[in-house]
Design a protein around this ligand. Structure first.
Ligand code: VGL
Ligand code: ZN
Length: 204
């Protein structure tokens, strides 16, 4: 069973959003064209309460881009984004959502961030994604979405660790590059960990 996972294609991560990924919108037609090649399509949404500890606005004396420690874990401070119920947290209306069987929400706990679609950043709490995919008999996971150097990156690494044959579709993801070169580094690290980096034209 082959599943397509669409990570965080939400308005706040698209041009004009509060945490925009440059040219993030360019991947949407690519993802739309991919969907009917898969047995199963699932998606994630970043879904933060307004008091989320990853927001710079919730740490007076710090600013966006600073790194702080949260419960012993390094945390970059982000602009407010994907607040539960806000327009920025909606999936893009340009994304074809008719084939998405289920959406998994992450980042709900105000005290810990959750980049990966599978676990929080402390690797303590799992989302329901792994159980769901296991029940569906999924063994091959093809990952797309935003951002290549943040949520997609951590999702790919967890998928590999959980034993999925994991592919990253490189023209169906884009990075935010808080530091120059972050995306290149993330791509290399995913490949080093065993991810198959491929282009959408090679999906049959
Ligand atoms: C993301 C930063 C903060 C992402 C989520 O979806 O890549 N990035 N929260
Ligand atoms: Zn977030």
């Amino acid at each position: 069973m082959k599943a397509l996972l669409i990570v965080d294609v939400q308005n706040d991560f698209l041009p004009g959003g509060s945490l925009e990924v440059p040219q993030g919108d360019s991947i949407i037609p690519v993802i739309n064209n991919l969907q009917n090649h898969f047995d199963l399509v699932v998606a994630t949404r970043d879904w933060h309460p307004a008091n989320h500890s990853s927001f710079g606005s919730n740490h007076p004396g710090h600013k966006v881009g600073d790194t702080i420690k949260l419960d012993g874990i390094d945390q970059i401070l982000w602009p407010d984004h994907c607040i539960q119920g806000s327009p920025g947290a909606e999936l893009s209306h340009k994304l074809n959502q008719s084939m998405i069987e289920r959406v998994f929400f992450k980042g709900k706990d105000p005290n810990v961030d959750s980049y990966s679609a599978f676990f929080d950043n402390g690797h303590k709490i799992q989302t329901e994604l792994h159980d769901y995919l296991k029940k569906k008999g999924v063994t091959e996971l093809y990952i797309t979405g935003l951002a290549a150097d943040v949520c997609v990156y951590f999702t790919v690494k967890d998928a590999l660790q959980l034993g999925y044959a994991t592919s990253l579709i490189t023209d169906a993801t884009k990075g935010v590059n808080m530091q120059p070169g972050d995306t290149q580094k993330a791509l290399e690290d995913m490949a080093d960990n065993g991810a198959n980096l491929m282009e959408s034209k090679d999906i049959s």
